[in-house]
Design a protein around this ligand. Structure first.
Ligand code: 5AD
Ligand code: SF4
Length: 432
């Protein structure tokens, strides 16, 4: 059986697709890059914003004709979109040709439903808390991101930011036992992976009995060999000086912190239920800068939250200018059904469009200036991919570097590169 997986959303989902691929591979399936040739198409969906949701539904709809013409062709819809209240009913009505719909806790049931003769829009969603199906046998995950390997340290989220659907669809926070996480990291390093990225919606609130994130980060960082340890996402309300000390204490922990600010207005942050102020956020930025040499901070920023005024927005621009993010993922607020802010009055598409354009303009200038600051420096780069005559890699603090293939280097090698030129967010250099 040839299968193709379409993934929407964040790194969490990219890794979940690797687990789905592992389950299908174990059953004798073969990953097929061409969707047209696949016997089974799996949609691993995301519902965090309406854009991803609309794209997934559009792509599922596009397969209706093929399903009608070929009864043996299978379509499975997985991922957090399926966990939404009313989703299964909507699918039954509008997409009855879909064979299998599984919730995020039930990935492991995919082989059962594939073999089931009379599928007829089979739905199996388990909304009970308890995290995502965990391939504890890490060797079963079909990884596709060498030299990086993703490692979940926790699932779900307890924060209930007022705009966010994640706590509703992914359930309450569940931390994996540290023993399992550390064993998985050891296994991956023994396999030759050079970069480990710890994943969680709010890694700072990782806790297993009395074992917390700082301890996990410190122990993971000291796993012996030379490798890069990254983690995401940090929540400013829980990120503290102790984590900064741990980052400083290990050469393996990358000097890059993804710290979503969302807004620079205290009023909007309060309405968002973020539990920190702009001043506290800027203090954290300062603490990182003062304590970790060369550290870069990236962020998520949202515009157009309900009631956001011009003054609120200008405070966001102010925070962006003061924080000098190396990169910012910028989002237009989209109401998600069932969340607290969905009941609040929207600021309208025109205002959102104008604000996101301005935000991107301000951030692009900062991104470019930070890149220019790299010119003439020599930095260690981990080669992550190759295309044509070029290698692509990243510095420890997360900047993308391109250089010409040469000297027998290969993907997964650490190379010292002298940066010779910069272009907005990426750098070009010469290996030494
Ligand atoms: N609308 C727009 N952006 C959102 N995000 C989360 N929920 C929404 C929403 N309803 C953004 C936040 C978060 C990132 C992963 O997605 O900025 O940090
Ligand atoms: Fe959503 Fe907030 Fe949890 Fe992040 S911390 S997943 S934004 S509720």
């Amino acid at each position: 059986m040839l299968y193709h997986i379409v993934t929407y959303g964040c790194q969490m989902n990219v890794h979940e697709s690797e687990k789905i691929a592992g389950i299908l591979k174990k059953e004798g399936g073969e990953l097929c890059p061409d969707i047209e040739k696949a016997d089974l198409v799996v949609f691993n969906t995301c519902c965090i914003r309406d854009t991803a949701e609309k794209r997934a539904l559009g792509n599922i709809g596009a397969l209706k004709k093929r399903k009608r013409e070929n009864k043996d062709f299978m379509i499975a819809v997985l991922g957090c979109m399926t966990q939404q209240e009313g989703f299964a009913e909507m699918m039954r009505e509008k997409f009855p040709f879909v064979d299998i719909i599984l919730g995020t806790n039930n990935l492991h049931l995919l082989p059962y439903y594939i073999k089931l003769k009379d599928k007829k829009n089979s739905v199996d969603i388990d909304r009970a808390n308890g995290g995502t199906y965990d391939v504890n046998l890490t060797s079963d995950t079909f990884r596709t991101s060498f030299p990086n390997a993703w490692v979940n340290i926790m699932y779900g989220c307890d924060n209930f930011c007022s705009y966010c659907i994640v706590p509703y669809v992914r359930g309450r926070e569940v931390s994996r036992p540290p023993k399992d996480v550390l064993n998985e990291i050891k296994f991956l390093l023994d396999e030759g992976y050079k970069e480990i990225t710890l994943l969680g919606q709010n890694v700072n609130s990782y806790r297993y009995e009395d074992y917390d994130f700082k301890r996990l980060l410190a122990e993971a960082g000291n796993s012996g060999k030379k490798f890069r340890l990254r983690f995401m996402t940090s929540n400013p309300k829980d990120f503290d000086k102790d984590v900064i000390d741990v980052i400083k204490s290990s050469d393996n922990i990358c000097k890059h912190i993804h710290l979503p600010a969302q807004s620079g207005s205290d009023g909007i942050l309060r309405l968002m239920n973020r539990k920190y102020t702009a001043a506290r956020y800027l203090d954290l930025v300062l603490a990182v800068r003062e304590n970790i040499e060369d550290a870069l901070i990236s962020s998520d920023i949202m515009v157009g939250f309900p009631t956001e005024t011009e003054e609120d927005f200008s405070q966001t621009l102010d925070l962006v200018k003061k924080s000098r993010f190396s990169q910012a993922f910028t989002f237009v607020y989209s109401p998600r059904s069932g969340t607290v802010s969905a009941k609040m009055e929207d600021v309208g598409a025109e205002v959102k469009k104008r604000r996101i354009t301005e935000l991107i303009r301000v951030q692009n200038k900062i991104t470019k200036e930070i890149s220019e600051g790299f010119k003439g420096l020599t930095r260690e780069v981990l080669i992550e991919s190759a295309e044509g005559d070029n290698f692509f890699g990243r510095t420890d603090n997360g900047r993308v570097v391109t250089f010409e293939k040469s000297n027998g280097f290969k993907i997964g090698d650490f190379v010292n590169v002298k940066i010779t030129a910069s272009k907005s967010s990426s750098l070009t250099g010469t290996p030494l």
